[in-house]
Design a binder for this molecule. Structure first.
Ligand SMILES: Cc1cc2nc3c(=O)[nH]c(=O)nc-3n(C[C@H](O)[C@H](O)[C@H](O)COP(=O)(O)O)c2cc1C
Length: 196
């Protein structure tokens, strides 16, 4: 693992914005000995303060096993530069091979929980504490968590807001359309308040 780099802390009250627009995320996990990373397209914020998130993580995944062992996980939000990587780590299981070695992935340790998070080709990351909810985990594979630290690359997220423009296209978040096809979050527009 590397040391933290150019990423800047994101205020926890803004953490929900990192996945509010539905990007594919990378879920990182470790039980202290083994570590892993998988892709997840199904996640959403469920509370602003404290910031809470729900992620669907299939019970058959190696990720679920490590999250249950540690009670923690990381969420990294890949940019376009990490699209191939996101598809790769979502297509094989860490039970069969160490994906960090297999795909040459660097990670850094989160400052609060020490969970591995990614920064290369990544727009933002969060450290998360599992909120155990046996029913939703068993019935719907939905894991709730509280975000305890967050950071983002200031070239694409600063002052609590995403800034998508031509200069940072490599970090535009990726949105899974199915079967390895993605759309980039690119054309940001602002809604006008309609007079009602
Ligand atoms: C783009 C993409 C999105 C995915 N989204 C999810 C998801 O939301 N939830 C899930 O359980 N699996 C999802 N998967 C599948 C897992 O990433 C896949 O089963 C992975 O191999 C599990 O890895 P592991 O066994 O090492 O934990 C997705 C795969 C891809 C490629």
């Amino acid at each position: 693992m590397d040391t933290l780099s150019r990423f800047k802390p994101v205020a926890l009250e803004h953490a929900s914005r990192l996945i509010n627009h539905g990007p594919t995320i990378l879920v990182t996990s470790s039980d202290g000995t083994r570590h892993n990373v998988m892709a997840a397209a199904w996640s959403m914020p469920v509370e602003f303060t404290p910031p809470r998130i729900a992620v669907v993580i299939d019970k058959k995944t190696f990720t679920r096993e490590l999250i249950h062992a540690s009670g923690t996980f990381g969420i990294s939000v890949p940019g376009a530069a990490a699209m191939d990587l996101a598809f790769a780590v979502g297509s094989v299981s860490g039970r069969d091979a160490d994906k960090f070695t297999q795909f040459g992935i660097d990670s850094v340790k989160g400052p609060v929980l020490g969970v591995p998070v990614l920064e290369t080709g990544i727009a933002a990351w969060m450290e998360c504490k599992l909120i155990p909810e046996k029913h939703t985990e068993d019935a719907y594979d939905t894991c709730f968590c509280e975000v305890v630290s967050a950071a983002a690359d200031p070239r694409i997220f600063s002052g609590g807001h995403w800034v998508f423009d031509d200069s940072n296209r490599d970090l535009h978040t990726i949105h899974h359309l199915g079967a390895g096809n993605f759309a980039l979050a690119s054309d940001a527009v602002k809604a006008r308040m309609l007079a009602g």
